[in-house]
Design a protein around this ligand. Structure first.
Ligand SMILES: [Cu+2]
Length: 140
């Protein structure tokens, strides 16, 4: 195969991946924070447990119907994110692409908000987005 043909082939694969449409979450699916509870005062480090009903957790990159992975927004509002694009990764937008269902956060003392967003294998939010309620906790 020529170099040009290879380049074209990889170009097409990249275009196909980029053109992935956002999909709908499974009907009735829910994502929620099991703990801590909204309004709770906790001592750090804070263990956050992720809850999910009606869909399954799979590692990022794995194509399997009605699955995705958790993302935790720390002190970040969903409205600040462009849900038309893959979710960015930062210390405010944490990805759990190995399929983790809990994490331990080292948060500074004070009030913090936490919210889960469940997204597909390509880190794209479902459409409509599947997210938990945003909770507020106080870290001592
Ligand atoms: Cu992700």
């Amino acid at each position: 195969m020529t170099r040009l043909a290879l380049a074209l082939m990889f170009g097409l694969i990249a275009a196909a991946a980029a053109a992935d449409e956002r999909t709908a979450p499974a009907a009735g699916a829910e994502v929620y924070i099991i703990s801590p509870r909204d309004g709770e005062t906790v001592h750090g480090p804070v263990t956050v447990r992720f809850g999910l009903k009606g869909m399954g957790v799979a590692p990022a990159g794995v194509k399997f119907d009605d699955t995705g992975h958790h993302h935790l927004l720390v002190d970040t509002d969903l409205s600040q994110l462009d849900l038309g694009a893959p979710l960015p990764a930062s210390d405010k937008v944490l990805h759990f692409g190995k399929g983790q269902t809990e994490t331990i956060l080292n948060l500074a003392p004070g009030r913090h908000t936490l919210q889960l967003v469940f997204a597909d294998r390509a880190h794209q939010s479902f459409d409509p987005p599947l997210h938990s309620r945003k909770i507020t906790i106080t870290v001592k």
